[in-house]
Design a binder for this molecule. Structure first.
Ligand SMILES: NC(=O)c1ccc[n+]([C@@H]2O[C@H](COP(=O)([O-])OP(=O)(O)OC[C@H]3O[C@@H](n4cnc5c(N)ncnc54)[C@H](OP(=O)(O)O)[C@@H]3O)[C@@H](O)[C@H]2O)c1
Length: 298
């Protein structure tokens, strides 16, 4: 199948070897901000004549753009869409999902939360008839790395630089540290799994910027640590806030870039998923799985 790529950064580069090994997908064109392949994204999509848009642009947690517009433009041209960008899921999930359904198109976004670890596909494929009542998760790898660095006596910047080296920091790392990335993930999960019809601005948010190495080391002596925790409950407030947790709690047990989430459900009780030190290869794998899902249905 022919793919049109908008955005060609860490994730797209890690996706290419998977596509090459598979052999069924052909990249018809690549369009980026600094290296545009046409005058506009719409003109690019017209020229690429691809069946699937792979949308891998930078996150804007306040608007979901430019990804929302790119996805609308792809649907208008009869294209399926795969994205790792949580912006459109956090801002326009219901509108875009309805539009895809109206047109008989498929929209997948597994890697937008937890870097390719099955979350959305897990509920869609393996848990039919299960209702999510709420969740609590530690979903921002960059904050985890910054906290861990400070606990070891390194600086906040050291942790941030480590996240940048691994390719897991957002292009603007303040989105990670100030909780906007977590707020967008909270909204995305709530929109898809709890029909919340919300956006990141509605998530009660506080980041980890107020913590210093001395504070974290003091907490460590009391068996405590800090995590940026996303929380949601049906009918309740959504939050993405720095919380002091016992080191032994499940939510604090994930080291490095690891993420963990616990879902409270009606028929399956509490279900947990953890990814241990995921990197950009796992995000690319999630995009690949979404492409396989579309290929299997076309
Ligand atoms: N990296 C991860 O581990 C990870 C994990 C989960 C989800 N994600 C999500 O996946 C997406 C891609 O991440 P990444 O790490 O690959 O990002 P990245 O390395 O920063 O690359 C972003 C790409 O988007 C392009 N871009 C930005 N605005 C554009 C526009 N208006 N039109 C066309 N192209 C545009 C950039 O083009 P230029 O370079 O030309 O400016 C660049 O090629 C992001 O939404 C991110 O939140 C990433």
């Amino acid at each position: 199948m022919k793919l049109a790529l908008i955005g060609y950064g860490s994730v797209a580069k890690a996706l290419e070897p998977l596509l090459q090994a598979d052999g069924r997908f052909e990249i018809a064109g690549i369009h980026t901000r600094s290296r545009p392949a046409a005058d506009s994204a719409e003109a690019f999509l017209d020229a690429a004549k691809a069946q699937i848009l792979v949308e891998l642009t930078t996150l804007n947690p306040w608007t979901g753009e430019p990804a929302v517009s790119h996805i609308r433009a792809a649907f208008a041209r009869g294209m399926h869409v795969v994205t790792a960008n949580k912006g459109p899921v956090a801002h326009a999930y219901r509108e875009l999902a309805d539009e895809a359904e109206r047109r008989g198109l498929i929209w997948r976004f597994e890697s937008s939360v937890m870097d390719g670890t099955p979350i959305f596909n897990q509920f869609r494929n393996n848990l039919p008839g299960v209702t999510v009542l709420g969740f609590a998760g530690v979903l921002n790898s960059t904050s985890n790395l910054a906290i861990e660095a400070m606990e070891h006596g390194e600086s906040f910047e050291d942790g941030l630089n480590y996240a940048r080296e691994l390719g897991v920091a957002e292009a603007d790392a303040s989105f990670d540290i100030d909780g906007w990335d977590s707020a967008a993930k909270t909204a995305a999960l709530a929109n898809v799994l709890m029909d919340a019809r919300t956006r990141p601005q509605n998530v009660d948010r506080s980041g980890i910027a107020g913590y210093t190495p001395a504070m974290l080391q003091d907490l460590g002596k009391q068996g405590l640590t800090v995590r940026l925790v996303s929380r949601a409950r049906v009918g309740g407030l959504l939050s993405a806030k720095a919380e002091v947790l016992p080191r032994t709690s499940l939510l604090a047990s994930a080291p490095g870039t690891s993420n963990v989430i616990l879902f409270e459900t009606d028929r399956m009780g509490t279900l947990g998923t953890m990814s241990i030190n995921p990197g950009v290869e796992q995000t690319a794998y999630g995009v690949y799985v979404d492409l396989l899902d579309i290929a299997a249905q076309c």
